[in-house]
Design a protein around this ligand. Structure first.
Ligand SMILES: C[S@@+](CC[C@H](N)C(=O)[O-])C[C@H]1O[C@@H](n2cnc3c(N)ncnc32)[C@H](O)[C@@H]1O
Length: 416
């Protein structure tokens, strides 16, 4: 398996590993001495594909692709060290715990095994037999072969044979929480899961609170998508502009009543609307997209294809290519230089279609609402309500994301 060419130089691997861990400690990702010891001990280079240079294997910030699928899409990666450390911290992994890892590779399972120690247990499950074979080989080579149980299965069912777990760490992008995961946790158990909410993923640490689950932390992240029963693809709607280019709207949870009515939308517009809401250069506005995803009807992501005027103007080249459909029209967010007090850039929207003005103004109304209610999301803002539980009425703004097995919510602080 999977030795890097310079893996034959153990001193260099040790040196790179030490540097990586020093970075993780300095940046605050490592949560305690046991976790630090695990990162200092487990040889990450034994779990990356053959030929991976040591500096890439031990880059604290980067994942390494372990298996690519059709069209170069990553199917399996060795996740980025900072994120692995952070998810271990989110889960509060400690000696003696029984842990289920969803999505394998071997490296993270070795870290978990090192932290839980002889009195604990780690089970790792992956849907792909190639991945579990690679994980088994790496675990053996790294000396953790007899400390981790490797299972090949669709994790939608959890791994009931070894339940209950003190912690479940999901290391693959999930659109919903499989009921089996929640059922297979101990009463005080925690699930750490990168949950997608209307196109945006946060690694949430969720703990039981009565009948529902409440976050104790949330971290922006990205993961390869879930396969098997829990897989969920974005839907794409393509529109031609008058010059022949293609603009694509991508929908996750949004349902559009009559997608065909958008066919000619690009023939009208753009019409611009501005919000007066500003940010300083490099300023924080990280959660605006979650607000829009939660409250803007018709929410979508927008891709402007080559040759379209939108692409030429760089409208979707920012990291917030968001928009919303309104009947036969749609709006897309944009930014302009601003000399308004308090900020260097102003948020706005452009609209296309017979109701271009209304579509742009609908977006701007929610940008303004975010400015008043939404700039701060507390750690306990996220919750998951299994199907059949009642979400109580609230005076605070609550974004709801309807899943198959329950509803995810984000509750912003009420305005005082
Ligand atoms: C990011 S990788 C896991 C990384 C790994 N934990 C590590 O040590 O860095 C995600 C894995 O999830 C697996 N996966 C995807 N869907 C799955 C499912 N339904 N059940 C189990 N595993 C799944 C993929 O095959 C892939 O290997």
């Amino acid at each position: 398996m999977t030795q890097a060419p310079d893996a034959t130089n153990p001193d260099l691997a040790d040196e790179r590993r030490a540097a990586m861990v020093d970075r993780l400690v300095a940046d605050g990702w490592i949560s305690g001495p046991e976790v630090e010891a695990a990162f200092r001990t487990v040889p990450r280079h034994l779990f990356v594909p053959e030929g991976t240079p040591l500096e890439k294997a031990y880059d604290a910030d980067q994942s390494v692709v372990a298996k690519a699928g059709p069209h170069g899409v990553s199917m399996s990666t060795v996740s980025a060290p900072w994120l692995q450390a952070h998810m271990i911290a989110q889960a509060g992994i400690a000696p003696g715990m029984k842990v289920l890892e969803v999505g394998s590779g071997g490296y993270n399972a070795s870290l978990l095994a090192h932290v839980v120690g002889d009195q604990g247990q780690v089970v790792t499950v992956d849907i792909d037999p190639e991945v579990t074979a690679r994980a088994t080989a790496g675990l053996g080579a790294a000396g953790y072969g007899d400390r981790v149980i490797v299972v090949t299965a669709d994790a939608e069912h959890g791994v009931p044979a070894y339940a209950d777990y003190d912690a479940i760490v999901v290391t693959v992008g999930a659109w919903d929480l499989a009921p089996a995961w929640l059922e297979q946790l101990t009463d005080g158990g925690v699930i750490v899961v990168p949950l997608r909410m209307n196109t945006f993923t946060r690694s949430l640490a969720l703990r039981r609170s009565g009948e529902h689950w409440v976050s104790t932390s949330a971290q922006l992240c990205g993961f390869v998508p879930m396969q098997g029963l829990g897989a969920r693809k974005e839907r794409r709607l393509q529109m031609r502009d008058p010059a022949g280019g293609v603009v694509t709207l991508l929908f996750d949870e949004t349902e559009i009543d009559n997608p065909h009515s958008l066919a000619g939308a690009l023939e009208h517009g753009p019409v611009h609307a501005w919000s007066g809401v500003t940010i300083p250069d490099q300023g924080e506005f990280g959660d605006l997209h979650l607000w829009l995803a939660g409250f803007l009807p018709g929410f979508c992501r927008v891709e402007a294809g080559p040759g379209t005027p939108m692409a030429a103007e760089g409208v979707c080249r920012t990291w917030f290519p968001f928009g919303a459909v309104l009947d036969d029209s749609f709006g897309v967010m944009e930014l302009r230089e601003s000399d308004l007090p308090g900020g260097d850039r102003e948020f706005g929207a452009r609209g296309y279609g017979p109701h271009a003005t209304e579509a742009a103004e609908a977006l701007v109304a929610q940008i303004k609402a975010w400015d008043v209610h939404g700039r701060q999301i507390p750690d306990d803002a996220f919750a998951y309500w299994p199907a059949g539980t009642t979400i109580p009425a609230s005076d605070a703004p609550v974004g709801q994301f309807h899943k198959i097995h329950g509803t995810a919510t984000i509750t912003w602080p009420p305005v005082s």
